[in-house]
Design a protein around this ligand. Structure first.
Ligand code: RP5
Length: 165
């Protein structure tokens, strides 16, 4: 996969977000989708954020997963700078007010600039959603996601059967 051009950009405001954001990377790895992962801070590296977001489409990315905590402006600002779909992951950072700061600052976007916001620390679902976006035009990826969903169902049904005995 190393030589394949990344289709998904996973970005985060700080390396302290990585333990949460790794789950998005893990899902993309599972679905065999090439991705890149880096730190982009809306507040500490605004020029880098601008350059990253404005070059993302021409570099071949199809979707961006952006995680941040606190005054989490990264997903919204990136969404304002690109036509690619942006999935926002509110990260519960250490000085967070229970994560509500992250959730609301990513969720409450003004009309016209959507960010698809997942749950607090919901990087796993962000990875799956990004894969589903790729799967909308890549049949192989779509099949892998279908298999994954079937495995979720099988797991529950196994428990249903077990409870009968
Ligand atoms: C945000 O501030 C980051 O996304 C992170 O969640 C939080 C704390 O960052 P550090 O001070 O740990 O770098 O910008």
């Amino acid at each position: 996969m190393a030589e394949t051009k990344p289709l998904v950009g996973i970005i985060m405001g700080s390396d302290s977000d990585l333990n949460v954001m790794q789950a998005a990377a893990d899902m993309l790895t599972q679905f065999q989708i090439a991705f890149e992962l880096t730190i982009v801070s809306a507040h500490r590296t605004p020029q880098w954020m601008f350059d990253y977001a404005t070059s993302a489409k021409s570099r071949g990315l199809k979707v961006i997963v952006a995680g941040a905590g606190g005054a989490a402006h990264l997903p919204g600002m990136v969404a304002s700078l690109t036509t690619l779909p942006v999935i926002g992951v509110p990260v519960k950072s250490s000085n967070s007010i229970d994560g509500w700061d992250s959730v609301l600052s990513i969720l409450q976007m003004p009309g016209g600039v959507p960010v698809a916001t997942v749950a607090l620390n919901g990087a796993k679902n962000a990875g799956i959603l990004a894969a589903q976006i790729i799967g909308s035009f890549d049949e192989e990826v779509s099949k892998r996601i279908a298999d994954y969903k079937q495995s979720l169902s099988d797991e529950v049904m196994k428990k249903v059967e077990k409870m009968k005995t």
